[in-house]
Design a protein around this ligand. Structure first.
Ligand code: TYD
Ligand code: MG
Length: 458
């Protein structure tokens, strides 16, 4: 085989360079270049022709979209409702989905259960690079799956995997994990950025050409990204993260990117001795069971994806021995916390510049929407003053830099959810509060300024 041409790509910005260099001249990042294989132009065209994209006789021409045969994406329900929901309503033919998460969180279990649930409706193939076939079989048995339709291939060389699947033509292909897969074209070790990228590119091409739905398992690095270049995220159709606290049996599957559905959609599972069970009604599982009101704890109604969820935010504020006190946010964005603390000082009159501030979202879930601003500040102030918030209180609302409380989408739905779960008082943006000030039994207080919100409760 002729030696393949290689180039160097930056893992941060994706820029390509012909030579290796210490710093990417495009984005300025250091030590981010890694080797990739370039597809020879003639060969690429040949592959396309074989796949029937642009046959020699086929004319490429300008077309009105109205004339294009409606290529309605064909979806199949997996039969695991929470997974279907996160995928945007089921499995899409020819799609590539990357599932990331910490080791041991349950990625392999979830995908094996998915193949089990598809059973004989769609043919599946599980490519295992991490566990032996015997281990996969033992797990399938423990999960009480029907073993007959489950087929497994212990292979890590991408060329040989493609050879197998091109013959076998499964509808669904699971590759566990992408970090173990390598290509003959590169000498780099499996798991290195160039190997991961090249293998994923080959699998993506295969998925698009054959209509096979491909699921890639990816491990998460210390920094929280999926190991491999950022370009991996651009290559695939959907990126799902599987998250959860190590001590908790609840697991959350989150769509981080999805070409076929809503992002931030959450699927909730509980790990049991029989594998992952769905939690179709997760509303109140992210509240910790306090005997009574506790300083530093606030409950918010978040709406990640398409349903409201009651989530507890905890804060610990303590005198800092450090010149630069710590600001630690778990499950929230760090910069947002720093900004909120500045607003709290300027517009709420609480000075925490000499205090360490730790904020944690209970249950290991990540809240990205700005509706968390107000409850975060309530929990911080409650811990700072060592005074518990009133019992059965919920809050949500975005806090602006000038101390205003801004409305958030779907206010009424959030309030109804809180009322259903027995909350008695809500502090929300004025524009989200109903005119009569009540939803069911729950009293709703609308506020316009941060000061009003703090006066109302802490
Ligand atoms: P696994 O799917 O191997 O995680 P990953 O592929 O993300 O690394 O999950 C392994 C964990 O799940 C392990 O700690 C054991 C636990 N587990 C159960 O609690 N019950 C089960 O039925 C199974 C299969 C696993
Ligand atoms: Mg695994």
């Amino acid at each position: 085989m002729a030696k393949a041409k290689t180039a160097y790509v930056c893992n941060e910005c994706g820029a390509e360079h012909s030579k290796w260099q210490g710093q990417c001249t495009d984005c300025g990042a250091w030590n981010t270049l890694s080797e990739i294989v370039l597809q020879p132009a003639a060969k690429a065209a040949g592959a396309q022709r074989r796949a029937g994209y642009a046959g020699e006789t086929a004319q490429i021409r300008i077309q009105s979209l109205a004339d294009v045969a409606q290529n309605v994406e064909s979806r199949t329900s997996i039969g695991i409702g929470e997974l279907d929901r996160v995928l945007g309503g089921g499995l899409v033919e020819g799609s590539v989905v990357l599932i990331g998460g910490d080791p041991g969180i349950g990625k392999s279990t979830l995908l094996l259960q998915m193949l089990g649930s598809l059973g004989t409706r769609l043919s599946g193939l599980y490519v295992t690079g991490e566990e032996s076939v015997a281990q996969v079989a033992a797990r399938a048995q423990r999960l009480s799956l029907a073993l007959e339709p489950l087929r497994c291939l212990p292979e890590t060389c991408i060329e040989r995997i493609i050879e197998h699947v091109a013959k076998d033509k499964p509808n669904v292909l699971v590759v566990d994990s992408i970090q173990t897969i390598w290509t003959e074209l590169l000498t780099a070790a499996p798991g290195s950025v160039s190997q991961v990228r090249e293998s994923a590119a080959k699998l993506t091409r295969f998925a698009k050409e054959s209509g096979t739905s491909v699921f890639l398992v990816g491990h998460v690095t210390k920094e929280g990204g999926i190991a491999g270049p950022r370009v991996l995220e651009h290559m695939v159709d959907a990126v799902l993260y599987f998250e959860g606290e190590s001590g908790s049996r609840f697991r959350v599957l989150r769509a981080f990117k999805n070409r076929f559905g809503a992002v931030n959609e959450l699927g909730v599972f509980a790990m049991s001795d029989k594998g992952l069970r769905e939690v179709p009604n997760p509303s109140a599982i992210f509240l910790s069971a306090h005997a009574g009101p506790t300083p530093g704890s606030a409950v918010m109604v978040t709406r990640e994806g398409t349903r409201p969820l009651l989530v507890e935010v905890q804060a610990l504020v303590d005198q800092s021995p450090l010149a630069n006190p710590r600001r630690v946010a778990l499950g929230l964005e760090q910069n947002r916390l720093a900004m909120l603390l500045a607003v709290l000082h300027r517009h709420g009159g609480a000075a925490v510049y000499d205090q360490d501030v730790f904020v944690n979202v209970v249950g290991g879930i990540r809240v990205q929407e700005t509706a968390a601003d107000l409850p975060v500040l309530l929990s911080v102030l409650s811990s700072f003053r060592d005074r518990a918030l009133p019992d059965k209180l919920v809050a949500f609302g975005e806090v602006g830099l000038s101390g205003e409380i801004r409305p958030v989408p779907n206010g009424e739905e959030r309030l109804k959810e809180a009322a259903t779960h027995g909350f008695l008082r809500a502090i929300v943006p004025k524009a989200n509060a109903p005119k009569k000030g009540k939803i069911g039994e729950m009293e709703v207080v609308g506020v316009e300024r941060l000061g009003d919100a703090l006066d109302a409760v802490v």
